[in-house]
Design a protein around this ligand. Sequence first.
Ligand SMILES: Nc1ncnc2c1ncn2[C@@H]1O[C@H](COP(=O)(O)OP(=O)(O)OP(=O)(O)O)[C@@H](O)[C@H]1O
Length: 600
Amino acid sequence: MKGLKSIFKFMKGSKFIYAMSIVSIVLATFFTVIGPLLVKTTIDSIIGSKEISSIRMIKTINFLGGKEYLRNNLWIIGIALIILTIFRGLFLYLKNTLSSKASENTAKNMREQLYDHIQRLPYEYHVKADTGDLIQRCSSDVETIRRFLAVQLVEIGGAIFTLVFVSYIMFNLNVKMALVSMAVVPIIFIFAFVFFSKVQKVFLEADEAEGKLSTVLQENLTGIRVVKAFARQKYEIEKFNEKNEKYKDLVYKLIKLLAWYWAISDFICMMQIGAVLVLGSLWAAKGHISLGTLVVFTTYEGMLLWPVRQMGRILTDMGKSIVAVGRIEEVLNEPMEILEENHEKPEIQGNVSFENVCFEYEKEKPVLNGVSFDINAGETVAILGPTGSGKSSLVHLLPRLYEYNNGSIKIDGRELNTIDKKWIRKNVGLVLQEPFLFAKTIKENIKISNPNIEDKKVLDAAEIASIHEDIMCFDKGYDTAVGERGVSLSGGQKQRIAIARTIINECPIVVFDDSLSAVDTETDISIREALNGRKNKSTTIIISHRISTVKEADLILVLDKGKIVQRGNHEELLKKEGLYKRVYEIQNSLEDNLENVSVN
Ligand SMILES: Nc1ncnc2c1ncn2[C@@H]1O[C@H](COP(=O)(O)OP(=O)(O)OP(=O)(O)O)[C@@H](O)[C@H]1O
């Protein structure tokens, strides 16, 4: 019930349309049920001579011209039956369009709510989230609910009405015949319910197998270059075939089980219809019931058995929808990032001060431990250190992607956590370690944070990022479309577009998180020179493993295991024994070796 309530919650704004669709199916059922009653009256009382007992039917017959008139003009009954069928069709059409509209609206609502919520979840959530699973929740889980609302839930309304209305008429016509006609209804209902609850496991297994198959396919297509580079095609094909085989077996098993179900329930239904026919004919022959009553009961029998047989399936699908809505709510219940929009939005100059900053992702596992340093506006600070020493974590604190646990970070003397999050993110430009480009043109990618920015600025930013000339070599220049994830560009080109995308915003603080690693040393130097030559020089933080990238910084911080173990400029650090000097010597000797190799 809780799950159904949750589904109804998403139907906000569509409940009335949905209710109208249920009313339509009830009316369609009503016109379907009325037809056989008219046939019965025609056989028994218009062609035959039996008295009509129902006052409503007497009125209808009188309205159509009276018994005698109709007996001589039976075509009028035919026309009446056609009109009933037209009404039935009309209400079925209404039911379908209204339920589709309501369910499509509900699905749209769900997708919008999910998308909106996912955008507002904290950075931390996205770092750990399983993207494939999130996509499944936004697509196939929503689709399961949409299908249930569009088809099955309305059918429940129609089925209940058919059961109640038809049984009412049957019992009014003849109690004994009604009891015979409904004898197997509970049996079929229980059989359907038990069968579909047992088969639900196979349904779920098939769903999971389909999910696994798509994951293998998605992973393979995304990493196809790695597959080819490592000549893993055979292994990948075998992996895919194994999942494909499993999926096929499960679907086949399901189809076989369903075939059994329909065959058995068809058999039970046919026995039931047979019983009605045999007993009905016997009783009609003995005069216990009229011929018209026999015709009505045989027609109603079909109407009654179909929805009862479907009920088990509907209940199973309801179970699936309840699971799906639970998975959607799980995402929606994730707490959103608190943006503290009433916080300060000061003009940022670019002075940064870390004082005894401590940070941990998980309790008792410190990643930064008492980090202190100061940067004056416009200065460049470089951070160097072994992998996992906490460099990225440190710079992620600046745009408030994570909150520091202890100590103080000040921007222009203001405590960082008193500044509005969105504001600080606009003022701290972060070029991430792995650049992600959208499937848009190069120009659109550079303008992503502000599409209204003038083209001249795009060009300037691209020049500073040393990518302008590369872009001009493409046939369509800045209008070149970047493939999914930017596959048509080299790693270095992607990094430089990501740099242009950040510096175009002229943020007072810019952070390069190892984002020059894929460009050669010369381009690296020319980017840094262009950055330094800008009119309003930003405070720049550069993370790099390369001494040539960090050596011109005003201050170099050497980080190890979350602590600053050395600080100073290049010359100062070379005079001291320590990590910096060691890295310098290793990189120097490597370069010497390379030079020797190329000379020889
Ligand atoms: N989201 C996270 N949750 C938990 N632990 C994390 C998370 N991100 C990073 N870590 C851990 O924090 C430590 C520091 O990681 P960080 O990425 O800051 O290092 P780094 O110096 O930038 O490394 P690299 O040079 O390889 O990029 C590592 O031990 C890492 O495993």
